[in-house]
Ligand binder design. Structure first.
Ligand code: C2E
Ligand code: CA
Ligand code: CA
Length: 358
């Protein structure tokens, strides 16, 4: 029994329900516990047991709305927040929730305009071949050159772009710019400096991704083997089969793939076996405590061995000290990237770094 007396339970569509509950002497906390318990009852469908969870958004009359439509909106917003908090959560509407939703909406609009106004710029960080100290590649890292707030790092906008789908267009712009830049290097005396471009899950899973890459390559005239795409495991785990299809089509053209942030997600060996990666990037969190931290050294060594058996080259991320660089080189890691060599630098500065020997 979810409701009593003239309370209402209504299905308003799909998997969304509305409960209108009158105040009684039971606390709200007790009532939502009872609702969750009722929903959590296993269901038997064609001999199989199913359990479902629910996210609950709460709005109170009259504080959060005087008419049904306002209460609906308030409860809906709270429900989205509950969903964000994970399974089975309950959230109550508040003014702060509304303010943050408005801000997010405005920021998302700003992001869309920023693409039209071409406000995104790339910074570049060199990757060093540890054996020789020469620059072996460059990672492109996007920045938002905001007209009022200045240069904003990806942590300020990538997840919102991902959430709102703007990432697809943003990613296309990044690809175009990165390929253009790499083409310039290849015609300015650096014939073989590949550019690495980050691709977020939504962008990689977008149906147009192959075309976006092809277009960027064609428009820039860049040799496809000078483009590396960095993706994380979360981009491919949902559907390894379709990821394999996309990767095959692009690797057939000569484009290569790296697994980014390796060791932080699933570290799924099946994925290494099934997908055509050519490099693996060890996440910075494991490099930070080398060479003093025994456990992290063991992890790094294990990843290097693993990579070797899968014929993958390794890039260590976040190399900040000479000791780390030395440890990695002696352990047989092929490439390093990090503040020890160079921070990400702007378009003009990177050109001067390409000839440097570290
Ligand atoms: P990431 O791909 O793991 O990139 C490396 C990040 O670590 C960069 O931060 C870089 O500036 C920083 N870093 C490099 N060396 C060091 C070091 O020695 N020490 C420390 N503490 N940090 C170091 P950034 O540029 O802020 O980028 C953050 C993340 O944003 C990237 O992580 C990547 O996931 C995402 N990102 C950047 N550009 C793009 C893009 O064009 N598209 C997408 N989808 N994501 C991007
Ligand atoms: Ca990366
Ligand atoms: Ca990374």
């Amino acid at each position: 029994r979810l409701a009593t007396g003239h309370d209402i339970v209504a299905r308003i569509g799909g998997d969304e329900f509305v409960l209108v509950l009158h105040e009684n002497n039971e606390s709200f906390d007790e009532r939502h516990q009872r609702i969750k318990a009722a929903v959590a009852q296993p269901l038997m469908i064609q001999g199989m047991d199913f359990t479902v969870s629910c996210s609950i958004g709460v709005a109170y009359y009259p504080w959060h709305g005087l008419v049904a439509s306002d209460l609906f909106k308030a409860a809906d917003l709270a429900m989205y927040k509950a969903k964000e908090n994970g399974r089975n959560a309950v959230e109550t509407f508040s003014q702060e929730l509304l303010d943050s939703a408005r801000q997010k909406f405005l920021r998302a609009e700003e992001l869309r305009k920023a693409i039209q106004n071409d406000e995104f710029v790339l910074h570049f960080q060199p990757q060093i071949e540890l054996k020789t100290g020469l620059v072996s590649g460059v990672e492109a890292l996007v920045r938002w050159n905001h007209p009022l707030e200045g240069m904003l790092p990806p942590s300020e906008f990538i997840s919102l772009a991902e959430e709102t789908g703007v990432i697809v267009e943003l990613g296309e712009a990044v690809l175009r710019k990165a390929c253009h830049k790499a083409k310039k290097w290849s015609t300015n005396g650096h014939p073989r400096i590949p550019v690495s471009v980050n691709m977020s899950p939504k962008q990689f899973q977008n149906a147009g991704v192959i075309n976006h890459v092809k277009t960027a390559l064609r428009e820039s005239g860049l040799d496809p083997s000078l483009l590396e795409i960095e993706i994380t495991e979360s981009s491919v785990m949902r559907d390894i089969g379709s990821a394999a299809g996309v990767m095959k089509e692009l690797t057939d053209m000569g484009v290569t793939f790296a697994i980014d942030d390796f060791g932080t997600d699933y570290s799924c060996l099946n994925m290494l076996k099934k997908l055509p990666f050519s490099r693996l990037k060890i996440d910075r969190s494991f490099i930070t405590n080398t060479p003093d931290g025994e456990q992290d050294c063991a992890i790094v060594t294990a990843i290097l061995n693993l990579a070797r058996s899968f014929k993958l080259q390794v890039v260590a991320e976040g190399v900040e000290t000479i000791e780390q660089a030395r440890f990695l080189r002696l352990a047989g890691c092929e490439h390093g990237q990090g503040y020890f060599y160079s921070r990400p630098v702007c378009d003009r500065t990177i050109d001067a770094l390409l000839d440097k020997q570290y």
